[in-house]
Design a protein around this ligand. Structure first.
Ligand code: PLP
Length: 376
């Protein structure tokens, strides 16, 4: 399909190409120095004693978080109702039961602290939150619930690199936080992720699980630091490779500038969409901190035919998407626990418009003109 405006485009240039080429020329492509540098730079951005482990993707990061916290059969984990399915899948894959918590309102799509608390039972083992589109959840309220019920927090920061809640970096609230560097994320490497914690025991646990429970990595043996290894517990292979770490280093350098560009484009969208009938904009008056403007979601009015809008945009060459279908509409999760009418309502009426750092204001105007034409 030859789109006039794609949903997302990579913000890559010669720097990324050179970083990968240099890695290939170096003769070492599995987890090594570039991965260590990427982890160190990521930790520096987060501050506050963050310890970082680069992993194969965001789902692996979430899975390690769940496993490191000892979540398993018989446990329940409270998860967002409006999120990507990985948040729910990792809980199920650990043999535990996901319990959905609703969003706060049709304007504030972050997880509702009151509904989180309502779903806590004696079996609840953890709370998993997501900062949807990079807009911070109400962290004061959620931390207070975790404290009162003595529950660990997993923070899904897939949408949130560079974001903050009232001046404090997102990803520093969870006992473990998980990041995705999938293609369409604010920081893209294709497939990649990061696990972050400030707890040394959890860090060591995640580190063991990332690489077969082995005490020594190939890189250490190549560097002559060790010649044998032990396996201290069962583990997986969730390592990142050096090409992706090299991409991550460049993308991390570009992150602030990319997020600034997303912000300017989002504000331009706001000025255009504010004047448009038959839709509203979530997080329009967000005041909990600095978002990351990861995507541009809108809410179509009740009674509008979303498919017609999607088709009309497509006819004008504009790609759109939906973030996200309702969890309970998926075959595997038809019986998923949690009563979440607001999230279901949003899933039926949400539409995501194109947004990426190299997009132009003229392209935003083109999308808005096409949208206006379709809905009026
Ligand atoms: C909110 C959220 N959580 C988790 C993931 C999973 O990350 P990955 O695709 O890197 O496994 C994604 C996206 O892909 C996501 O959007």
């Amino acid at each position: 399909m030859d789109w006039k405006v794609q949903l997302f485009k990579l913000n890559f240039d010669e720097r990324e190409i050179e970083a990968v080429a240099e890695t290939l020329r170096s003769g070492w492509i599995t987890m090594g120095q570039r991965t260590l540098d990427f982890e160190a730079n990521f930790a520096r951005e987060l501050g506050e004693g963050a310890q970082c482990l680069a992993v194969a993707n965001g789902t692996a990061a979430l899975h390690l978080a769940v496993l490191a916290l000892g979540i398993g059969p018989g446990d329940e984990v409270i998860v967002p109702a409006l999120t990507f399915i990985a948040d729910i899948n990792v809980v199920s894959m650990a043999g535990a039961t996901p319990v959905l918590a609703d969003v706060t309102s049709l304007e504030d799509w972050s997880m509702d602290p009151a509904d989180i608390e309502r779903n806590i039972t004696p079996r609840t083992k953890a709370i998993l939150i997501v900062h949807y589109a990079g807009y911070a959840c109400d962290m004061e309220a959620i931390q207070e619930i975790c404290r009162r019920h003595n529950l660990p927090l997993i923070e899904d920061c897939a949408h949130a690199p560079g974001g903050a809640y009232k001046g404090r970096k997102l990803g520093t609230f969870g006992d473990v936080s998980a990041w995705s560097f999938f293609t369409n994320k604010n920081l893209s490497v294709g497939e990649g992720g990061m696990v972050v914690t400030r707890d040394s025991m959890l860090f060591q646990k995640c580190k063991n699980l990332r690489s077969h429970g082995m005490t020594v990595a190939s890189f250490d043996r190549m560097a002559g630091r060790a010649s044998t290894y032990d396996v201290v517990e069962p583990g997986l292979n969730y390592r990142l490779d050096e090409m992706r770490a090299a991409l991550g280093l460049v993308q991390l350098d570009k992150l602030d500038e990319s997020n600034r560009s997303r912000r300017a484009l989002t504000e331009h969208y706001f000025t255009r969409l504010d004047k448009m009938p038959r839709l509203s904009i979530p997080f329009r008056y967000f005041d909990r901190g600095t978002p990351t403007w990861h995507i541009m979601p809108i809410l179509l009015d009740v009674g509008m035919d979303r498919q017609k809008v999607i088709d009309g945009l497509r006819d004008a060459g504009v790609q759109s998407s939906v973030h996200y279908p309702a969890i309970q509409e998926f075959t595997a999760y038809r019986d998923c626990r949690g009563i979440v009418p607001r999230a279901i309502e949003i899933s039926r009426r949400e539409l995501t418009l194109p947004l990426y750092p190299t997009m132009t204001e003229a392209q935003v105007d083109y999308v808005c003109d096409a949208l206006e034409h379709v809905i009026t």
